[in-house]
Design a protein around this ligand. Structure first.
Ligand code: ADP
Length: 591
């Protein structure tokens, strides 16, 4: 077993026993009892048979018979109790890892959410618990038989080695034969393991498409059912082919396995029958040795199968262990930041490329946002405006240069403290399938009524909330509640703004959440929001010029950098300026 697999095993052992210390204890008990119990049966059967032939009397026979029944009864009873408790804890741990993995997705840096490799890693991590492998339960269900098998093997090897060493050779040859069959079938099963995620991905894509609002419309408009059906059919046909091939090969090798088994039995029983008939062993020894040789072969084979399954399980769980150990944003930065004043923000010689890409998206950005200043960032689509905000939000680290908050590099601040400085409404903001209240307070359940009514009024949501059957406690959308209400685009924007206002951070950012509105409505939203923002710092982004007139400063993004910077009055009259041209083209909306 490779080093990384051992590491994965130790990771989950430590992790699961921290959560449920009884779990490994129950497994150790189960392992010991399962490993030792075969000897009780082997010896009691031997003595019982010998008692029969030696005519020892009914009393001794009855005693041995009773012992055999009682021990088996006890063993089964104990196993049921252990298995029930193990299953209970396994179920708990399964939920526990489900929650941990979901939480983890929210705790890793944002950049992972845009990185296909990381998205795949998260999928595989979940798959290790719920689709491709059996998670922690699967791990333990393979480990326990391996160790109990080792105990049994050690015992029967001793019995056989003392009484009929030649049978060891037979058992080992039989195991080699079986190992080859198991190895061959597992080799083809690996193809199945590789193919399954591909099919799963295609199916998930199709179901997502059918669910997602925007795309679900296109599906109907462009009659994409054919295309989606082809997608599903290609994925399932290729998987079925693999599945059939694996089935055929497995069946062939199973035949070979049965033949090896037949040869083994012939050799064991032939040899022992000869010894019995020539008076070299008793009928009791015959039973003990035949039983031991068979147990040896079965246990060894079980160990090999379980080791192979364990390998598969651990390679999936390895992805989960790696994912669960990934750095979390809460560990970024250590400097405390008191959120009691409005800060000064400065971008100093900042350049940026998205990880894994060649080209700069932003180059040599220099800008200072003074406390309380309202800055409008304008530029065409793709000019890098949102990227600028993502850097300010620490979603990505700058490639070159520094972003300073009150003179300190933002990377030095505790992540949690730093994020409290900002309230941002992004263009592609989304609401949770939650109550209105839940969406606005956004996890701040300790003090959920803080100014909620005031904020609902300020964001112009009062009439909507009053109209709804459960007011602010009405669920949004129908994903989790059939009765949930579907807000209109305008209502959604108001809700997003209410959520931002609730945070009450000293720096507020609107990154075109209004792009779907017409220019006049957009202008109104920005104007109103600007009133609500008051003396805080604000950054408004737009490829239209909605917010420029009431902002202190305007930065025009073009050619990956800030091409023009100044007040509206300064830029609007600049000859051949980008801003003056944009303004001339759009002036009718803002005059
Ligand atoms: P704007 O907000 O001005 O419309 P963006 O900041 O969204 O512009 O995008 C700037 C450039 O960065 C675009 O060329 C865009 O394709 C690219 N870009 C945006 N996000 C990513 C990403 N996650 N990975 C790689 N390139 C990206």
């Amino acid at each position: 077993m490779s080093n990384s697999k051992i590491k994965t095993f130790l990771f989950f052992m430590k992790d699961a026993s921290k959560e449920k210390p009884l779990y490994p204890v129950l497994f150790i008990l189960q392992t010991l009892i399962t490993g030792l119990f075969p000897f009780v049966n082997l010896y009691l059967t031997k003595y019982l048979l010998e008692a029969f032939t030696e005519n020892v009397g009914i009393k001794k026979l009855a005693l041995l018979g009773t012992l055999l029944v009682v021990f088996n009864f006890l063993f089964k009873g104990l196993m049921i109790v252990l298995e029930r408790n193990i299953a209970k804890i396994s179920m708990y741990l399964s939920d526990y890892y489900n929650v941990r993995l979901s939480q983890k997705a929210a705790l890793v840096p944002y950049s992972y959410a845009e990185d296909p490799e990381m998205i795949e890693k998260a999928r595989k991590a979940r798959g290790a618990f719920f689709i491709y492998a059996g998670g922690i339960e699967g791990l333990m269900n393979n480990i326990s038989p391996i160790f109990s098998g080792i105990i049994t093997v050690a015992g029967v090897v001793t019995i056989v080695a003392i009484n009929a060493p030649i049978l060891l050779l037979v058992a080992i040859l039989a195991v080699i034969g079986s190992a080859i069959t198991v190895w061959q079938t597992n080799r083809v099963k690996k193809i199945e393991v590789e193919e399954y995620p591909k099919m799963d991905r295609a199916m998930e894509y199709v179901f997502q498409v059918l669910r997602k609002n925007g795309i679900a419309k296109s599906v109907r408009l462009y009659d994409a059912s054919e295309m989606l059906a082809t997608e599903v059919s290609e994925a399932t046909t290729s998987f079925s082919k693999v599945f059939r091939r694996v089935g055929n090969i497995t069946a062939n090798w199973n035949c070979v396995g049965s033949f090896v088994n037949f040869l083994k039995n012939l050799a064991i029983y032939g040899y022992l029958a000869y010894k019995l008939l020539t008076g070299m062993i008793t009928i009791g020894d015959f039973s003990l040795l035949a039983g031991s040789a068979n147990t040896l072969k079965d246990s060894l084979q079980d160990i090999i199968t379980k080791i192979q399954e364990l390998g598969k399980e651990l390679s999936f769980l390895g992805e989960a262990a790696e994912y669960l150990s990934m750095e979390e944003v809460s560990h970024l930065g250590s400097k405390e930041l008191k959120n009691d004043t409005i800060p000064e923000i400065e971008f100093k010689n900042v350049s940026f490329k998205y990880p894994g890409t060649e080209n700069y998206v932003l180059k040599d950005i220099n800008i200072k946002i003074h406390p309380g200043e309202h800055l409008s960032i304008v530029g065409l689509n793709g000019a890098g405006k949102t990227t600028f905000i993502k850097l300010l939000c620490r979603f990505y680290d700058v490639t070159e240069g520094r972003i300073l908050l009150n003179g300190t590099d933002i990377r030095e601040y505790k992540h949690e403290d730093y994020m409290k400085e900002l309230e941002v409404v992004f263009q592609d903001f989304k609401m949770f399938s939650q109550t209105i209240r839940g969406n606005i307070v956004n996890g701040d359940w300790e003090n959920p009524n803080k100014d909620l009514d005031k904020i609902i009024k300020m964001s112009d949501l009062k009439s909507l909330v009053d109209k709804l059957p459960k007011g602010a406690d009405t669920m949004m959308d129908k994903q989790l509640d059939k009765e949930g209400f579907e807000p209109s685009g305008g209502e959604l924007q108001k809700l997003a703004i209410a959520r931002a206002l609730y945070r009450d951070a000293p720096v507020v950012i609107l990154d075109e959440p209004t792009a779907a509105l017409d220019p006049i409505a957009e202008y109104e939203v920005y104007r109103k929001f600007n009133e609500l923002v008051g003396g805080k710092s604000a950054i408004y982004i737009s490829h239209r010029l909605s917010s420029c007139q009431f902002c202190d400063k305007i930065a025009v993004f073009a050619d990956k950098t800030i091409k023009e910077y100044g007040t509206h009055a300064e830029l609007v009259h600049k000859k051949d300026g980008i801003y003056s041209r944009m303004f001339a083209a759009q002036a009718k909306y803002y005059a």
